[in-house]
Design a protein around this ligand. Structure first.
Ligand code: PEP
Ligand code: MN
Length: 358
């Protein structure tokens, strides 16, 4: 069975940073008595700004090795340099992960992949800080090409210019969903700690990830979170982790229950025919766009008219809200439709302009 699918959900827990030998051993002791498959700890910490705790480096690898031997718990660390990989392998680290700030740099990712040639160790690749599915998928491919047979993707949210909706790093579920569509075999792990930045919201985001078909969770866990040297607000105690895990509902993708299958089949048939109608209606709307293009061409008007677009946003947004949807959703949908309509109108304007010249 694929490495990250040996348990459902596959749980990775442990401190943001390996701070002291005592802290590492205490965490490992607690986690080994729970349903945790892998212990995490940062040894080299990529901090956004200088001056924060940047990890203990190689000495922390000795603590992890000791913890692994004492408690029979496999361990994982973040690596960002080929030299980190060399040391990690020397100290028997079981799984490596690549951090969000490293994944943005294809040169560095390639250097890491090259350093792993001939060594088949499982690798987890966090999403890059920006919501770029190609960059994320590209980093994963570099490890696959280097011969790594167990690769997992970790969704840890994306940086924004402003902290959005109370998240530390905004989750953007369509991006991991698209990655999984492109790579159906890929194991998907969610890191609710870095997404929320808030220990009180770990359970909620973990449940959402499981409902979105994620295979596992990486949850920062520390014996005394408030005293943590990094990411204090988002770490939970081992006891809190046990409670979170106990409340999670693990759902299946499929069921054998005939009545549910029949109901689903019926609802999906209704959806299929509605979708056909929606597509036909959009096509009719696009035919109107072409006619609008003709009128605008004759009267020398611009294809894009900001006043009209504002009116569409207001009226469609309101109608969507009346129907129980969010204004944001309807506006996003209409952005796509309007964009296509403008493209059609532009091609009418350009085509007619060309005819005039010819
Ligand atoms: C971490 O896992 O502690 C970490 C630094 O993560 P990220 O690369 O997601 O910021
Ligand atoms: Mn952290």
């Amino acid at each position: 069975m694929a490495f990250f699918k040996t348990a459902r959900p596959y749980i990775i827990a442990g401190p943001c940073s390996a701070e002291t030998r005592e802290q590492v051993l205490a965490t490992a002791a607690a986690l080994s008595a729970m349903n945790v498959q892998l212990m995490r700890a940062g040894v080299w910490k990529p901090r956004t700004r200088p001056g924060s705790f940047e990890g203990n480096g190689a000495v922390a690898l000795e603590w992890l090795q000791e913890a692994k031997q004492l408690y029979k718990l496999p361990v994982t660390i973040e690596v960002a340099e080929p030299a980190h990989i060399e040391l990690a392998l020397r100290y028997g680290i079981d799984v490596l992960w690549i951090g969000a700030r490293t994944v943005v740099n294809p040169f560095q990712v390639q250097r890491l992949a090259d350093a792993l040639k001939g060594v088949d160790i499982p690798v987890m690749v966090k999403n890059p800080v920006s919501p770029d599915v190609d960059l994320w998928g590209g980093a994963i491919e570099r490890f696959e090409k280097a011969g790594i047979s167990s690769v997992a993707a970790i969704h840890r949210g994306f940086s924004g210019y402003t902290p959005a909706a109370g998240y530390r790093n905004q989750p953007n579920w369509p991006i991991p969903i698209e990655l999984k569509r492109r790579k159906p075999e890929l194991s998907m792990i969610c890191d609710p700690s870095h997404i929320t930045g808030d220990r009180n919201r770990i359970a909620e985001v973990s449940q959402k990830a499981l409902d979105m078909h994620f295979d596992g969770l990486m949850i920062e866990t520390h014996p005394s979170p408030d005293e943590a040297w990094s990411d204090a607000a988002q770490q939970v105690t081992p006891d809190a982790l046990r409670e979170i895990l106990a409340t999670l509902i693990v759902r299946q993708e499929y069921t054998h229950d005939m009545s549910s299958l029949e109901q689903l089949e019926h609802l999906r048939q209704l959806m299929d025919s509605l979708d056909a109608e929606i597509i036909d209606l959009i096509a009719r709307r696009m035919e109107l766009s072409e006619k609008v293009g003709d009128v605008k061409q004759l009267s020398n008007m611009t294809a894009y008219q900001p006043v009209r677009w504002r009116e569409i946003v207001d009226t469609r947004g309101q109608r969507g809200e009346m129907q129980g949807m969010t204004k944001e959703f309807i506006v996003e949908l209409y952005e796509k439709i309007h964009h296509e309509s403008i493209r059609i109108q532009l091609s009418v304007l350009e085509g007619k302009a060309k005819e005039v010249k010819d």
